[in-house]
Design a protein around this ligand. Structure first.
Ligand code: HEC
Length: 180
């Protein structure tokens, strides 16, 4: 009996030592953790810099344009281009709407449709519509051509832009070869 009680007491003592030891260990870790939190708070702007960086990080970065174009679908592009139909015609000889006719726009001079009153910033662009330029313009028209008359926010999804560009290319007999 005496021996069993001793064993139980020993076990309890051992458990106590374990708990106390763990507590000491945790205490040893805690101060460094709270110190680093305080350090972050003390850094000027440190508290706000982190969440902002998380918020602005793109969900999925766009693949390079040549890869997106290689995987693009003319049919999907035609569906996306419904967003453009209120302002643009896509048919040969279809004439202007709020915006110029987009038949043959790939490889055409920027602001190059005769009979359409382009904005001054668009007329000042120069050059022809290539794939990179179209991708840039359609991401956010007002960013590439500040002051453009095109009142369209843009297509943020890189795959949608590639699909639309593939569709425009299918309607452009003078389109240059796809970028490699
Ligand atoms: C709210 C009307 C509107 C919508 C919607 C719109 N556009 Fe435009 N777009 C315009 C106008 C207006 C211009 C002429 C811009 C200027 O002169 O600054 C233009 C110009 C362009 C040009 C340059 C054409 C050239 O001859 O230089 C391209 C390319 C273009 N749009 C593509 C698109 C595509 C693709 C879509 C759909 C994803 C679209 N636009 C949606 C109004 C619109």
């Amino acid at each position: 009996m005496g021996i069993t009680l001793q064993k139980i007491a020993g076990a309890i003592l051992f458990a106590l030592i374990l708990v106390v030891g763990l507590n000491l260990l945790i205490d040893g870790v805690m101060p460094t953790e709270s110190r680093s939190v305080e350090h972050k708070r003390a850094t000027p702007g440190g508290g706000t810099a982190e969440p902002a960086a998380v918020a602005t990080a793109p969900a999925e970065p766009d693949k390079p344009l040549d890869q997106r174009l290689a995987a693009a679908s003319v049919d999907k592009g035609q569906a996306v281009a419904k967003k453009c139909l209120s302002c643009h015609n896509f048919t040969e000889g279809g004439g202007t709407k709020v915006g110029p006719n987009l038949y043959g726009v790939v490889g055409r001079a920027k602001a190059g449709m005769t009979g359409f009153a382009y904005s001054e910033p668009m007329k000042a662009q120069g050059g022809t519509w290539g794939y990179e330029d179209l991708d840039k313009f359609l991401t956010k028209p007002s960013a590439m051509v500040p002051g453009t008359k095109m009142g369209f926010a843009g297509l943020p999804a890189g795959s949608e832009r590639a699909d639309v560009i593939a569709y425009l290319r299918s309607l452009s007999p003078a389109a240059p070869p796809l970028p490699k």
